[in-house]
Structures are given as C-alpha cells and as structure tokens.
Write a new protein. Structure first.
Length: 627
C-alpha cells in the first residue's frame, strides 16, 4: 500500500543530471506495484514548496507536471496513495500542506487518534482541505513547528519528534519545509521505511525499489525512529531524540529483476521466474549428505525439540502456503500444526506458550495483520520464525529467526513465485525440525531433498506446455463463476486457484475441499458450471486418489464442465474430464509446487484476455500495511 519516496542531493548530483522530481517520479513508478489510487509530489525550491497531485494512475500526475511544471530542485518527496480515510480524489491525494503551504507531508498508514487531534486543531483555527488523517498529521507538525519553535527553520526534526509523541496508530511520515530546503525528515511506527545511502545524495523509500536505480546501500529504519537526511548525512534518533544506529545492508536485487523482461506483465514474468525461485530457495540449505543446514534458524535446538505445537500465521496466498506447510510438517515432524489467518489470531485469546513455535509467512514482511499477530505471539512467550521474501523487512526483524525465500522481488499484486518459494521454505523448515527431533531417518530427508531438487525442471516443463491451457483460458473469458476442488494438499491449491481468478479476473471463484462438496456446495453445480479439480498422484494413498476421482464424477453427473489437473500417466481421469492438464510425477506432499502453476497461468491468461491490468488489480494493494 502507499508508496513513499524522498530525496536530497547536492550540487554535484545536479551536474550529474539528477533532479528531485526525476528521482521521486522514477521511485514512484517502481513502487506502483504496491497498489494505489492517486499520486503526488512536492519539491522545495526558491524558498517555497511546489506540490502537484492527481487521482488515478501515475501517468495522470506526470501529465499534470508537464502541463504545470515544478521548479528545478534537489529536495523532494513523492507518494502513491491507497485510500483509507477519504476517497481517491485529487483533494485527498498526498502531499498535504500546512504552515501556510510551507510544510508538505506524505504518509503511509493510519493515524488512529486523528479525530481527536483534528478537533484540537480546528479549535485553534486550522482549516482542513481534505478528509484524510494525513492532513491532521501535517497540521499537527506545522502547528508545533510554528508555535513551539516560532518557525525556527532548523527545527523540522524536533517538530516531527513532538508530533510523533502524540500520534497513535501506524505511520511512515515524510516532511519537507521551505525554511529548511536541504532536508527531508521521516518518522516510522509500524509502517515500512528504508533509507538509501548515496554519494552526495540520500534517499528514502517504502522499500528499496524506491531508489534501486541509484544505490544498493540501504538502512532499515527501526520502530519508533526518526531520520533526518541531507545530501551528506543521515541522522537517526528515537521519538525523544536519543541517537540510534542504523544497520547498513547491501541490496542484492538489481533493477533489471524489477522489470518485465519481455513478458506482457510482471505476473507473467513472475510465473516464469518460478523454477528459479524454487531453486534459489533450496540453494545452500543442505549438505551433500542430505543434512539440512538452516543456519538462519538461530533458535536453540534444545528449545525447538521441546516445541509441542506449531501455529502458522499468515494472510491470503501466504496462508494457503501455510496450509500446505501443515500437511508436510505434521507428516514429517508429528507436531500438531494449526494454520490461522493472522488477523483472526490475536482477537480470540489463543493458547500460546513457550513451547509453541509460531511460523509466520509473508512475502513482503510488512503485512500489518501478520506483524501484529507475531508481536502478540512473542509477548505470550512463543518462539517465532518468519518465512519471508524481503530482506530487512519488519516481520523477520521482529522474529527470533528468519528463513528467507529467495524468489527475488515480486512486483505483481497477485502473488505467484512467492507462493511456491514459501511452500519450498516451509518444506525445508519441516524437514529441519524432523531432522532435529529425529522423527525421520536422514535417508528419507535426502530423498525428499532429491525430489525437491527436481521441481524447478518440472515447473519449466509445465510452463513450456501451457499452450492448450492458455487457449482454454481465453475461451472462458466471459464465464461468471468458476469452482475449484481439491483434497489434502490439493485443497490449498484449489483455494489459491480461486483467489488468483478473483483477484485479477474479477470472476466469482471459490475453492472447496472436495469432500465438503456433498455437504452443501454441490448445490451450486448447474449445467455448464466450470469446475477445476486438483487430483492427487495415483501412486500415493489409493483412497485419496479414488475419492477425488469420485468427486469429479459427482460434479460431472450434475452438468459441470470438469477441468482436471492430474499427474502424467493418470489415465483414470480422462473419461470424466472435458480437459486434462498433466503435471510431471512427484510425491503427493510436493505436488502443490506443480499443480498450482496451471491455475496461475489460467488466471493470468483469462484476465489478460479480458483486457484487465493483471499486475495492478482494482482495489488491491501489494502490501497490506494497515489492519
Ligand atoms: O506480503 P504478504 O505475503 O504478507 O501478503 C499476504 C497477502 O496480502 C497476499 O498473499 C495477498 O493475498 C496476495 N494478493 C495474493 O495474491
């Protein structure tokens, strides 16, 4: 959600052709994937602030800037807004101005006590132009700047500190002031912010994509910290002015990996990145003897041996990866494993203690619901491991250990490669726990790792043979509803297949556990109703395969069009399927890494055929940083 960029450069940067506006607009372009419905910028030049903002796509803002340019500047901020308080209008877009138009503020998050602060400021005669909580924060900072410091130009940082002491909720705030033209001040509580370190210039971004074209040196701002950047300095303190250290790290994503690479959309590219995403996530995590070497899991092995319950916390697609993890972990480790939507978890007084291991799964590492649930679990004494794709993000930093998925940047809002990488990492974690606790023999672990190592080539095989599936998807672009069925690990795959179609093609879609069909959902089956069925390997448990084949027959008997995903060589489904899409042979537990892929391709192709923006579906944000 909301993308944030800040920039300050010195005159040498101007000679190198950098301008605040160019840097900020380019950063916003890279952050578009987070989802937004308006955009705006502000630059400091000639002793005043110049700001432009527009609802809709970044292209609207760029057109506005062409029609009404801002002056050349080396200090600027930019924002893409995902509406929370107030609709996606020009008025509500950021930046918001205060102190007579001399202060500009952008914000990501929600100021929970904005109503109370607004009353206070209204009583002082402040006039508001928007419906946003952000304008209240801007007015508060402006009021403090003017009244506490009498507009002393050196005190934007101080004003930000005092304001933050009064703000409740989640926020990343960036402010520039005409009186202090070479400075951007930012604050962070519960929302992400990264500092980019340059030479004669410094940057701020919601994530590193905001400045990846200019530097790979980054510092993650900690919780409740304020940073003041100039072209030559980066000063970090807490909200009370106590100096704080920022830990620098190197960003190993390159700008090219954040580009489409010739594909029609980021989603298509990311679907094709999946062989690599799985391979990279496996890389270096076991030795030649098939022993897992998860060095990142720094939790004392003795404590892990005492774990008597695992709770997986996640949202959306990541929660479906968690459901797959449950089957694998329980199978290999014999530890009861619950999977819970993170936003439900802490509101139900869950049973968590020091023998509970909480595994959070999050691509972004910034999902507020997941972060809050992890914090709650830690407070209750649980050990926490994060499976995450974003280096240095908040959830792994606040967890006891992290297992990074090495899927590379995921730009499309609809998650694809992160899902497969999350499942892969969860398998590794399950095997590691089983190894530690002696649940399975090392030979078995070696076998599973060998099966996993063959997955990337098998995914590639599916991608290469997807022509007929794509054709079918295009022919189904006018469908009103598609159902998805699966059992065992096929159930989360069915849920994920349905979610993909809802998200990007805006088609009603539902995933069901196939066994649940007779308990209600079968009433939905009517003549011509398309139903995808994810069929397990016939080489696995007999009953599992035959039960799903019976489910295919049941829906077909009631008029459904059956679209079946099955293992190569499974002839038994042919008689009951209008279309069969085969995936290469693999053990049942690992099948989601293959059976998901056709469903992703189907959704992307169908949404493309409908002419939709596959990468930025309506109403959705990549990273849900509000509760
Ligand atoms: O960044 P996270 O993995 O924590 O995000 C969780 C969900 O918001 C995310 O998976 C969402 O469901 C995707 N849009 C699914 O495609």
């Amino acid at each position: 959600m909301c993308g944030i960029v800040g920039y300050v450069g010195n005159s040498s940067r101007k000679e190198a052709g950098h301008s605040a506006l160019d840097v900020v607009v380019e950063g916003l372009r890279r952050l578009e994937y987070r989802g937004y419905d308006s955009a705006g910028v502000a630059v400091v030049a000639d002793g005043s602030i110049s700001s432009r903002k527009k609802s809709g796509k970044l292209s609207n803002l760029i057109a506005e800037l062409e029609a009404d340019p801002v002056p050349e500047s080396l200090t600027g901020i930019g924002h893409t807004r995902w509406a929370t308080h107030g609709g996606p209008t020009d008025q509500n877009a950021h930046p918001h101005l205060s102190d007579g138009g001399r202060l500009a503020v952008i914000h990501n998050g929600i100021i929970e006590n904005f109503a109370e602060l607004k009353q206070e400021l209204l009583a002082k005669g402040v006039v508001f132009a928007s419906e946003t909580d952000t304008e209240v924060a801007a007015a508060l900072i402006g009021d403090i700047f003017r009244t506490e410091f009498d507009g002393d130009g050196a005190n934007l940082t101080q004003a930000m500190r005092l304001a933050c002491q009064r703000l409740e909720g989640a926020f990343t705030l960036l402010a520039v002031h005409a009186d202090q033209p070479d400075v951007v001040v930012a604050a962070r509580r519960n929302s992400p912010l990264v500092v980019g370190l340059g030479d004669g210039e410094n940057f701020l971004g919601s994530d590193v994509s905001g400045f990846i074209d200019y530097t790979r040196r980054a510092v993650e701002l900690g919780q409740d910290q304020i940073v003041t950047i100039t072209a030559e300095s980066v000063d970090i303190t807490d909200f009370f002015g106590k100096p704080a250290e920022g830990k620098e790290y190197h960003v190993d994503w390159d700008p090219a990996s954040a580009e489409k690479g010739g594909f029609s959309s980021f989603m298509e590219k990311e679907i094709h990145d999946q062989p690599d995403a799985v391979a990279q996530t496996l890389l270096g995590r076991s030795d030649l003897d098939g022993k897992l070497t998860l060095d990142e899991v720094r939790i004392d092995p003795e404590l892990l041996k005492q774990v008597n319950k695992i709770i997986v916390l996640a949202c959306g697609t990541a929660a479906y990866a968690g459901l797959v993890a449950k089957y694998a972990i329980e199978n290999w480790c014999r530890i009861p494993t619950e999977v819970e939507l993170a936003h439900e978890f802490r509101y139900r007084d869950p049973i968590v203690d020091s023998n509970t291991l909480v595994v959070s799964i999050s691509q972004s590492g910034e999902t507020m619901d997941t972060l809050m649930a992890v914090r709650y679990a830690r407070e209750q004494g649980a050990k926490t491991i994060s499976i995450c794709n974003t280096n240095g993000s908040t959830i792994p930093r606040e967890s006891d250990a992290v297992l990074y998925t090495h899927a590379g940047p995921e730009i499309a809002v609809a998650s694809t490669k992160a899902f497969l990488a999350q499942i892969t990492a969860a398998y590794l974690l399950g095997l590691y726990l089983a190894q530690l606790r002696g649940n399975i023999f090392s030979g078995q672990i070696k076998d599973v790792l060998a099966d996993l190592s063959k997955i990337p080539a098998k995914i590639q095989h599916i991608l290469d043979g997807a022509g007929p599936l794509r054709e079918l998807a295009r022919s189904m672009k006018d469908e009103k509803s598609v159902l998805f069925l699966g059992r065992h690990v096929g159930y989360p795959v069915a849920l994920e297949g349905a979610l993909k179609l809802k998200e990007i093609a805006y088609i009603h879609a539902e995933g069901f556990a196939a066994g649940e069909l007779k308990h209600g959902p079968i009433a939905l089956i009517d003549d011509g109703q398309p139903v995808f069925v994810v069929v397990p390997s016939p080489r696995g448990r007999d009953s599992l395969h035959s039960k799903v084949v019976s489910n295919i027959q049941e829906v077909r008997a009631r008029g459904a069009r059956t679209l079946v995903i099955a293992e190569e060589g499974d002839e038994s489904v042919k008689d009951y399927a209008e279309h069969v899409f085969y995936v290469p042979e693999t053990p049942t537990l690992l099948m989601p890494l293959l059976t998901t892929v056709p469903l992703q391709i189907f959704a992307a192709e169908l949404a493309g055929a409908k002419g939709y923006d596959v990468d930025q579906p309506r109403n959705l944000a990549k990273s849900v940083t509000v509760e």
